[in-house]
Design a protein around this ligand. Structure first.
Ligand SMILES: [Zn+2]
Ligand SMILES: [Zn+2]
Length: 260
């Protein structure tokens, strides 16, 4: 079975009944036209570019060190941040391409609400290149696992931006990707709509993972990490299912109020 067929099969199983053919066809044609006829501008600086981000914007990221465990920005290179010194996360390491801050936050708005899964796949490839360069010690995982959306949100959006990021990253690094390994039990309120203090309770028990071969090494992929609660609960579900090691790659990481 080809890769495209495999993923469309995944979508078919996980998505609700299809929309009427006319609107589906229109949406597919619009996506195809967008893919074939890019407007030729960088999504960040608007200068002419053949790729979604021009080469300058691909390289221009906050020049900071990050905590190897949770990807929080650091002022100086260190083995960990203050928050990880107090309590280690369940995941063994984390990587972020850039900060969840202007102008990069526009990219997340585009892949979440702009009906642009192709941009998410392209950004996934960029995240893969970043991982290859900045985490050379990470061994290839058994699977790349995207953070799932709840069924209602998936129905509303028609795709999961984390799946698309994971697919792009997996293709870039030639690692296998499994979009059905981790599932979300329910549609709670979106983490981004809750104050930080309520986010841990919102995610508790939110994920269920299929039983895994013992010792599986996994790479969890998401668009944004802020409090880290989503990644924490997803990693715990995967570890309970038998994973030996879960690491996290996110496109953007929300910096703490003051970098530690
Ligand atoms: Zn640019
Ligand atoms: Zn940390």
């Amino acid at each position: 079975m080809g890769e495209a067929e495999h993923y469309s099969d995944m979508y078919a199983r996980l998505l609700p009944p299809p929309r009427p053919p006319s609107s589906r066809l229109r949406a597919r044609l619009a996506r195809l036209a967008a893919a074939l006829l890019p407007d030729g501008r960088c999504r960040l600086c608007a200068l002419p570019s053949r790729a979604p981000l021009c080469s300058a914007c691909q390289c221009e990221r906050p020049a900071r060190w990050r905590c190897p465990r949770c990807a929080q920005p650091l002022l100086v290179p260190a083995a960990g941040c203050g928050s990880c010194a107090l309590r280690l996360p369940a995941f063994a390491g984390a990587l972020a391409w850039s900060d969840y801050a202007p102008p990069w936050d526009r990219l997340v708005a585009q892949i979440k609400f702009g009906d642009d899964p192709a941009l998410a796949r392209w950004l996934g490839r960029l995240l893969g290149q970043c991982l290859r360069a900045e985490r050379p010690g990470w061994a290839p995982p058994r699977w790349v696992v995207p953070v799932p959306l709840g069924p209602g949100r998936l129905r509303g959006r028609g795709y999961n931006q984390a799946w698309e990021l994971a697919r792009g990253l997996a293709r870039e690094l030639d690692w296998p990707c499994d979009c059905g390994l981790l599932q979300r039990r329910r549609d709670g309120p979106a983490q981004s709509t809750l104050p930080l203090a309520r986010r841990a309770a919102n995610m508790r028990g939110a994920f269920l993972a299929r039983p895994l071969a013992r010792g599986a090494r996994l790479l969890l992929v998401d668009d944004v990490m802020t409090s880290g609660n989503t990644a924490e609960q997803a990693a715990r579900a995967l570890l309970r299912a038998g994973a030996a090691d879960v690491r996290v790659a996110v496109l953007l990481r929300t910096p703490a109020a003051a970098p530690r």
